[in-house]
Design a protein around this ligand. Structure first.
Ligand SMILES: [Fe+2]
Ligand SMILES: [Fe+2]
Length: 290
């Protein structure tokens, strides 16, 4: 199936006030810890994907080449915003800086030492992981985001919505230049393992900083979400590793693409997510992320 998706570059303007609480999900602070941990990974993982995929551009024909360039622009915008948000997290929770060092070393080592084919499979598999996370988050929006701070919520949901939008981009490059299902399955397994390890360790560091390290409820909730994510993610990844698979066959979530369509390029703003139960396509002014 040929690349057909247009991938717009949306420069969403985020303002992070100095007093923004990095524990931005008040009902479930552990959820903020887990989401923050993913945010901490982004400045190391996404440049790795971009570097890998960008290195293939001279070998790609149109329209795959243009789609890949647009994919790189979206990913770069993501990690630039996460980097700014992460500065707030590390300022409040210096305990995570050590875990950040492990992240830097792990993704840097992969980028430097693995073959381009492995790195491409890793990027394609990681995009399938991001798509599965978007599906899981959409299914739990009302529960997890109903009383969350709007700015971090907008950051994460904008990122996830664009992950859904470009779900096929890295896979198309991988298919065009390699396509080995074995390599894809192996690289995706490594990506899942790294993600799980870093989310767990960075979440523990944040719980420790909050004085909630020994709170059994926090650990029970994180374990429950972990199992729930696995039930969404593992079947998605298994299907994505089958011969002939294209991510275009995956059904998009409903809310996230509709909400993303409300982005206003003139102002660089997007309405604050109206957490589910409310219509998202009513055209009303729901406020902005800045
Ligand atoms: Fe991204
Ligand atoms: Fe992505």
């Amino acid at each position: 199936m040929a690349p057909t998706t247009t991938l717009p570059e949306r420069r969403v303007r985020f303002a992070y006030p100095d007093d923004l609480d990095p524990c931005w999900c008040h009902r479930f602070p552990e959820f903020a810890c887990a989401a923050n941990s993913i945010s901490l990974i982004m400045p190391f993982a996404e440049p790795y994907f971009v570097k890998t995929v960008r290195s293939t551009l001279p070998e790609l024909d149109e329209p795959l080449r243009s789609q890949t360039e647009a994919f790189c622009r979206q990913e770069l915008a993501h990690h630039v915003e996460h980097r700014k948000f992460n500065a707030l997290i590390t300022r409040r929770y210096p305990e995570v800086v050590r875990v950040e060092g492990w992240m830097r070393r792990a993704y840097g080592w992969l980028s430097r030492t693995r073959s381009r084919r492995f790195n491409l499979a890793f990027a394609a598999g990681s995009e399938a992981i991001a798509y599965a996370l978007a599906r899981w988050i959409e299914a739990h929006l009302a529960q997890l985001f109903s009383d969350a701070d709007p700015v971090p919520s907008t950051l994460f949901l904008w990122h996830l919505a664009e992950e859904v939008e470009h779900k096929s981009a890295a896979h198309d490059v991988f298919e065009a230049l390699d396509g080995s299902r074995l390599r894809y399955a192996w690289a995706t397994s490594v990506s899942v393992a790294l993600l799980a390890f870093f989310v767990w360790t960075a979440s523990l560091a944040q719980l420790k900083a909050q004085g909630r390290f020994w709170n059994p409820i926090a650990h029970l909730r994180m374990a429950r979400w972990g199992v729930s994510v696995a039930f969404t993610m593992l079947p998605t990844l298994a299907v994505s590793a089958l011969p002939g698979h294209t991510p275009r066959r995956f059904t998009d979530p409903i809310y996230l693409p509709k909400w993303l369509a409300l982005f206003d390029p003139a102002t660089g703003t997007i309405p604050v997510p109206t957490v589910i139960g409310s219509p998202v396509s009513d055209g009303a002014d729901h406020g902005t992320a800045v």
